[in-house]
Design a protein around this ligand. Structure first.
Ligand SMILES: *[C@@H]1O[C@H](CO)[C@@H](O)[C@H](O)[C@H]1NC(C)=O
Ligand SMILES: *[C@@H]1O[C@H](CO)[C@@H](O)[C@H](O)[C@H]1NC(C)=O
Ligand SMILES: *[C@@H]1O[C@H](CO)[C@@H](O)[C@H](O)[C@H]1NC(C)=O
Ligand SMILES: *[C@@H]1O[C@H](CO)[C@@H](O)[C@H](O)[C@H]1NC(C)=O
Ligand SMILES: *[C@@H]1O[C@H](CO)[C@@H](O)[C@H](O)[C@H]1NC(C)=O
Ligand SMILES: *[C@@H]1O[C@H](CO)[C@@H](O)[C@H](O)[C@H]1NC(C)=O
Ligand SMILES: *[C@@H]1O[C@H](CO)[C@@H](O)[C@H](O)[C@H]1NC(C)=O
Ligand SMILES: *[C@@H]1O[C@H](CO)[C@@H](O)[C@H](O)[C@H]1NC(C)=O
Ligand SMILES: [Zn+2]
Ligand SMILES: [Zn+2]
Length: 608
């Protein structure tokens, strides 16, 4: 079973994005290399997080995708050269990952029946010599995925894959059910330069995990005797890698537990899950970094330990755009001296995997970009407008016995996950943009006035009312908990984009016109974080629910909707009219086409 089949996630809207009606800066093909060399220290760390299957990088030509076009093979070559540089400079270089390897592209999710999500793509993860990796919540949605991380991934990384507060229940040699850490609880090791490191891999407090996986709260974890033992001796540095936002979460709980015992030992923190670039310092001898999402960003942190004593340490941090220009700039390599046999082999292997999964199958050619939040809804450039005004009406008309009967189709805006860019539209693009599997249901003969009142009423109430349980004491379902978590991530990411856009346009810089679009990070750490200066992308707010164009006034219409939102739709329909009481029994299946198939069928029909 795939996550998306079970989850039917839908309705993640970027509810907190603000509306900034400002155009995209000019899209000239300027080369924008990094602005300055990296600052190296005694210990240096390259950090990835929330890769979610983007191991072939961002392959589209529209801005800003080329800036994240480095493949996992390019990254491997970068790592290789950086390790050589570290030896030359006689310093330490560590590699960490903060989790969420599953769910995001066809390389993880496009596996044939009987497969396991991310098992094949993880073979390429294994080829990077990570020092510490932490488990993410997306490793825990489906037991089979967690089991694969336990029996396969963790075995490969031998003590480097950390799940300090996450267990899995398995059968032991005597076929007894036992709960054991998915990876290891902690790792103590020596760096190449002989420095001692004590590392943990921690997941935020969360309850959306599958049965036979266990997440211990961070508060409980720091009370464990094993934790006290692990931190008893002072290492040269503590390395806290975890799937938890660096701001506003439980890092201070872990930090304080360590500080109680070791008031001045350096603590390096690498978070994740929030999908944003972020940095803060919990004190002058610690730094916390989050390195974005989807292989758009590599995080860099360096620290000089030589200052000893109790003074503030000298840290640096940088957010690198994940592309070959960046990689070559920082390793002083030309295009022809950059590649390594291992890197080429990795990229080649990923391209073969893409073929094997049928991901390059081309449905059609998208005539332009359609984005989630960069164009307002409704507008030509909005993927939601494309879906509701073109794709859904076209595809359903071809695939329903109700063709010709006036209809209004309603769905939730979170039914799409990612943008579509001009150019070939493939199976992989379909899986990336529209992964959620839902059925189109309909109620026939709904009075026109009632049917047209439903969408505004839904949006007035918002998607928070998606769930049943109004007036009843229904316990939050696991699906609901997962939905809330994913919605929070999307909303936080959208708020981050809106914030950078607002800041930028209230203080326009003279250089603005010269910059290519991308992330413009403002965090709580000293100095500039972004490696390559950019102008921010526009960010528009989305409604929670969207509908197909309203037909000409008529007596009654088919009210069509996705099953994901059936409870709220029926409640709302019963609020906007009182002639009769509708129930799910009034609804039937409108079409054999599922929501995740719409774009592929549409592209075949309209983009060929
Ligand atoms: C960002 O993308 C543009 C457009 O393709 C490209 O010209 C530029 O080199 C990229 N920047 C980097 C740092 O690769
Ligand atoms: C998982 O949990 C179910 C009950 O919820 C149990 O029947 C099953 O044996 C468990 N599987 C393992 C591997 O422990
Ligand atoms: C182990 O026990 C489970 C039930 O607890 C059973 O379904 C399974 O067949 C057993 N496996 C073996 C190898 O005995
Ligand atoms: C995790 O597994 C360990 C080792 O079996 C066990 O001692 C511990 O109680 C488990 N923790 C949780 C929260 O289930
Ligand atoms: C040390 O760092 C802390 C936290 O970043 C900061 O508040 C404090 O002012 C710094 N102290 C000195 C002497 O720079
Ligand atoms: C090449 O990649 C394959 C996986 O695609 C891997 O099994 C093999 O070890 C790699 N070989 C080298 C020399 O890196
Ligand atoms: C929207 O599409 C129409 C028809 O293709 C075109 O004429 C119009 O310029 C487009 N508007 C925008 C804002 O792109
Ligand atoms: C929908 O209709 C198209 C065009 O007639 C057809 O190719 C496709 O197989 C249909 N899909 C389903 C799921 O019925
Ligand atoms: Zn994530
Ligand atoms: Zn996550």
């Amino acid at each position: 079973m795939k996550l998306t089949a079970w989850l039917s996630l839908g309705a993640i809207s970027v509810a907190s994005a603000s509306q900034w009606p400002v155009g995209v800066p000019s899209q000239s093909q300027r080369i924008s290399p990094p602005s300055r060399p990296l600052q190296w220290g005694d210990i240096n760390v390259i950090a990835t997080t929330d890769t979610h299957g983007w191991l072939l990088g961002h392959q589209k030509q529209s801005f800003p995708e080329p800036n994240y076009s480095g493949t996992w093979g390019d990254y491997a070559a970068f790592v290789n050269h950086m390790r050589e540089l570290a030896v030359e400079k006689d310093v330490d270089l560590l590699l960490v990952d903060s989790g969420d390897l599953h769910d995001g592209t066809g390389l993880t999710d496009g596996f044939p029946p009987g497969g396991v999500d991310a098992r094949d793509s993880n073979e390429f993860f294994k080829q990077i010599p990570y020092d510490v990796l932490a488990i993410g919540n997306h490793e825990l949605y489906i037991y089979a995925n967690t089991l694969d991380m336990h029996t396969n991934f963790a075995q490969h990384f031998k003590g480097r894959y950390l799940s300090s507060n996450v267990n899995i229940t398995v059968f032991d040699a005597n076929n007894q059910s036992v709960s054991v850490p998915v990876g290891s609880r902690f790792r103590k090791f020596q760096t190449r330069k002989g420095r001692s490191v004590t590392a943990f891999g921690i997941l935020f407090d969360w309850t959306g995990n599958d049965v036979n996986t266990t997440i211990q709260t961070v508060e409980d974890m720091v009370e464990e005797p094993w934790f006290a033992d692990a931190i008893a001796d002072a290492p040269d540095v503590f390395l806290l890698v975890g799937h938890m936002p660096v701001a506003r979460d439980r890092w201070p709980v872990v930090f304080e537990a360590i500080r109680k015992v070791h008031p001045t030992t350096p603590i390096l923190i690498f978070g994740g899950h929030s999908h944003i670039r972020d940095c803060l310092q919990l004190d002058g001898r610690s730094m916390s970094l989050a390195s974005g999402r989807y292989m758009e960003t590599l995080g860099w942190m360096s620290v000089d330990l030589s200052s000893g004593g109790t003074d503030n340490l000298t840290f640096s941090r940088r957010y690198l755009d994940a592309n070959r220009v960046t990689y070559q700039f920082h390793t002083n390599r030309a295009d022809r001296t950059f590649d390594t046999p291992e890197g080429r082999n990795i990229t080649q292997g990923l391209l073969e995997l893409e073929e094997r999964f049928g991901l390059t199958y081309q449905y059609g050619v998208a005539p332009q970009d359609y984005t989630m939040t960069r164009s307002p809804y409704p507008s030509n450039g909005s993927i939601l407008t494309l879906i509701m005004e073109k794709a859904v009406p076209t595809v359903l008309a071809l695939n329903t016995t109700r063709a010709g009967i006036p209809s209004i189709v309603i769905t939730n805006s979170g039914s799409q996950r990612f943008d579509i860019y001009k150019g070939p539209f493939t199976r992989n693009d379909e899986l990336t943009a529209s992964p959620f599997v839902n059925t189109f249901l309909y109620i026939p003969d709904v009075p026109f006035a009632a049917a047209t009142a439903v969408l505004p009423a839904l949006n007035d109430a918002g998607a928070e009312r998606l769930w049943p349980g109004e007036g009843e004491a229904v316990e939050e379902s696991r699906q609901e908990r997962v939905w809330r978590q994913e919605r929070a991530v999307e909303a936080g990411y959208a708020a981050w984009l809106a914030d950078m856009h607002q800041r930028y346009h209230t203080q326009p810089s003279a250089a603005a016109q010269e910059l290519t679009p991308g992330y413009v990070t403002s965090d709580a750490c000293p100095g500039l974080g972004d490696d390559t200066p950019h102008a921010p992308l526009p960010a528009y707010r989305l409604p929670d629910f969207i509908a197909s164009p309203t037909p000409a006034p008529t007596e009654a219409v088919d009210l069509v909707f996705v099953d994901f939102m059936e409870a709220q739709l029926i409640r709302t329909l019963n609020e906007v009219q009182t002639e009769r009481v509708y129930s799910l029994a009034d609804a039937g299946v409108y079409s054999p086409v599922l929501t995740n198939e719409v774009l592929g069928i549409y592209a075949q029909v309209a983009w060929n």
